[in-house]
Design a protein around this ligand. Structure first.
Ligand code: NAP
Length: 275
């Protein structure tokens, strides 16, 4: 357990910061007294202190001084000013993990004005209910156990994959933006149910639990999605009639294009051409 005895600090304690604090304390991966948090919103910080029994830093500088692992959980737009603010107290003795979408480790290093032990991650929104998936990319100059530390932290809010930083835009296009695609799928399925006479609430329950259940079945059995589709599609039956309608609408090409477009957009935003 590489996290044992390490103090983990969060700069920015909004949605993602809280999700991680919750995951780490509920699973007892890091006890509350070893977690530090800072935020410009003092009232929110106090509430997190009361709920999770964590330590509250008076500002970002105190947080960095206290923490062994500094997690950057502020919005991407304010990463550079915050990194400049903490640069004087950050050193190679501390590991920095950044959640900021589209902010490369090169940008972080430039803003800090020094080399550092940097790891970039891309979690997704289901981390808020401890069912996220986080891609972890190795930066330069890490200590041997740094990747393990990052893995332990993000496993507290779901699954973890390790990949090269050059693939982070693809991750943003798939799992980062994916909750929006799945939300559209669920809403559309429910609309279909309502069209066929179900009330909205029942249709939503059926659609949501079907997506959750199918995903869980695939994860737990490691079945290929095609095998699950074949399993439920009996000859001349209802499922194959529905699948044929999906294919008529070009469902596969549409999803592939969605991931491709979102990946391209992530690249554009990363280059600062948000336009
Ligand atoms: N949410 C997601 O699903 C998701 C997924 C992948 C990656 N991320 C990344 O995670 C990071 C955090 O996202 P989030 O959704 O948790 O954002 P958020 O809810 O807005 O949390 C950020 C927190 O930081 C505070 N803050 C602002 N300026 C600060 C400063 N100078 N020092 C300390 N704290 C400051 C904000 O306060 P104010 O609200 O007053 O500004 C807010 O409470 C982002 O970089 C995002 O790209 C998020």
């Amino acid at each position: 357990m590489s996290l044992k005895g390490k103090k983990v600090g969060f700069i920015g304690s909004g949605n993602m910061g809280e999700a991680l604090i919750k995951g780490l304390t509920v699973a007892n991966v890091v006890p509350g007294e070893m977690i530090w948090a800072s935020d410009v919103r003092g009232d929110r910080l106090k509430e997190l202190g009361r709920t999770y029994g964590i330590q509250l830093a008076s500002d970002n500088l105190q947080l960095v001084r206290e923490a062994d692992v500094v997690i950057m959980a502020v919005k991407p737009q304010i990463m550079t000013p915050v990194l400049r603010e903490i640069a004087s107290v950050f050193s190679r003795r501390k590991l920095m993990i950044s959640l900021a979408a589209g902010v490369s480790t090169d940008t972080i290093r430039a803003a800090l004005g020094r080399e550092g032990r940097l790891i970039r991650v891309m979690p997704n929104t289901p981390a808020l209910v401890l069912e996220g998936v986080t891609a972890i990319a190795k930066g330069d100059g890490l200590e041997p156990e740094d990747m393990e530390v990052a893995g332990e932290i993000f496993s507290a809010v779901g699954r973890v994959v390790v990949l090269d930083e050059s693939l982070m835009d693809a991750v943003t296009g798939l799992s980062g933006s994916g909750p929006a695609y799945v939300a559209v799928v669920i809403e559309s399925l429910a609309d279909g149910g309502v069209k066929m006479g179900l009330d909205r609430l029942t249709a939503m329950t059926l659609a949501t639990q079907t997506v959750l259940g199918a995903a869980k079945l695939l994860l737990e059995t490691r079945l290929h999605p095609g095998a699950l589709k074949d399993m439920v599609s009996s000859p001349g039956g209802t499922s194959i009639a529905g699948v044929a309608a999906l294919e008529e609408g070009g469902i596969r090409t549409t999803f592939i294009k969605a991931v491709e477009r979102a990946t391209q957009r992530s690249k554009e935003l990363g280059r600062g051409s948000a336009g």
